[in-house]
Design a protein around this ligand. Structure first.
Ligand SMILES: *[C@@H]1O[C@H](CO)[C@@H](O)[C@H](O)[C@H]1NC(C)=O
Ligand SMILES: *[C@@H]1O[C@H](CO)[C@@H](O)[C@H](O)[C@H]1NC(C)=O
Ligand SMILES: *[C@@H]1O[C@H](CO)[C@@H](O)[C@H](O)[C@H]1NC(C)=O
Ligand SMILES: *[C@@H]1O[C@H](CO)[C@@H](O)[C@H](O)[C@H]1NC(C)=O
Ligand SMILES: *[C@@H]1O[C@H](CO)[C@@H](O)[C@H](O)[C@H]1NC(C)=O
Length: 238
């Protein structure tokens, strides 16, 4: 840590390249993430309730580098990848953050899938590695449809946006995730009765979409992409 601070200071004497990271105030606060539970973001850290490191209940990251939309975070904890290993690693995530409203963001994780992290787009680097360039962690550009969402806690329905015309209507859907394919293509998804909300009919197919135990999936972020993404990424608001 001390080494990194010195390196950053020296670098900034010569070039104004990537900045040491500090999350803008707009991103600070508590958020519901569509893939990693609750985020608590401070000026220099991001804590998620999802555990990336085995044997822990959540993961705290330090923000170490910011360039444009890219925020690279590093796990505060160093860990061994498996019991008995002697080399310590840290986990890194390249968040590519895009604001939608003051209450909602969507983000990409611009790294390759890593089997050591359950095929998550998370990078493991040996403890002690100095990350000075986003390219050490942001190694890929994922498909435009592969985004996740953040909704500010307590924002309630003010995080909602109206779906674009192309999404409005009643659609048949089939739900697919890592565990298999559910519902037939005759089940109906309603993006018409309420233009900000996607309503699934759980009588037709009981498979819950995203987190929801209710029938309504407020549509919070970017629906300009594809139907399948909405099904995967809708965030429950109530
Ligand atoms: C995460 O780290 C920050 C900065 O050290 C600290 O203020 C915060 O309490 C930590 N959060 C948790 C849940 O450990
Ligand atoms: C990780 O590396 C830092 C130096 O970057 C060192 O101070 C720390 O002891 C190392 N942690 C482990 C668990 O090896
Ligand atoms: C629904 O699935 C059946 C069986 O796979 C297929 O024959 C049919 O064309 C599909 N209908 C639509 C609208 O995709
Ligand atoms: C759509 O649903 C949201 C959430 O229930 C609600 O706040 C909003 O008023 C509804 N909009 C319309 C036009 O009914
Ligand atoms: C849900 O599906 C069932 C069975 O097809 C149907 O009877 C019911 O009217 C549907 N509910 C809504 C709100 O569309």
């Amino acid at each position: 840590m001390r080494t990194r601070v010195i390196v950053t200071l020296l670098t900034s004497l010569f070039v104004h390249a990537a900045d040491a990271c500090s999350f803008p105030s707009a991103l600070q606060g508590t958020w519901t993430s569509s893939n990693y539970g609750t985020f608590t973001i401070g000026s220099s850290y991001l804590y998620m309730t999802k555990s990336i490191i085995s044997g822990t209940t959540g993961t705290n990251f330090t923000c170490i580098l910011n360039t444009g939309n890219f925020y690279i975070v590093e796990s505060m904890q160093a860990f061994v990848p498996f019991t008995g290993a002697t080399t310590y690693y840290r986990a890194y995530i390249c968040f590519d953050m895009r604001a939608v409203t003051s209450y909602s963001y969507y983000y990409y994780q611009q790294s390759d899938k890593e089997t050591g992290f359950n095929n998550e787009r998370i990078v493991g680097l040996a403890n002690g590695t100095t990350v000075t360039s986003t390219s050490q962690v942001c190694k890929t550009t994922v498909d435009v449809s592969e985004y996740h969402t953040l909704v500010k806690s307590g924002a309630g329905y003010s995080a909602l946006v109206t779906c674009p015309d192309v999404m409005l209507g009643n659609y048949n859907y089939k739900y697919t995730d890592a565990t298999g394919s559910y519902c037939t293509n005759t089940t109906v998804m309603d993006v018409c009765s309420n233009k900000s909300v996607i309503t699934f009919n759980y009588t037709q197919c009981s498979q819950r979409i995203a987190y929801s135990a209710s029938r309504r999936e407020p549509h919070v972020a970017t629906c300009q992409f594809y139907q399948k993404c909405l099904l995967h990424e809708a965030v429950r608001m109530d």
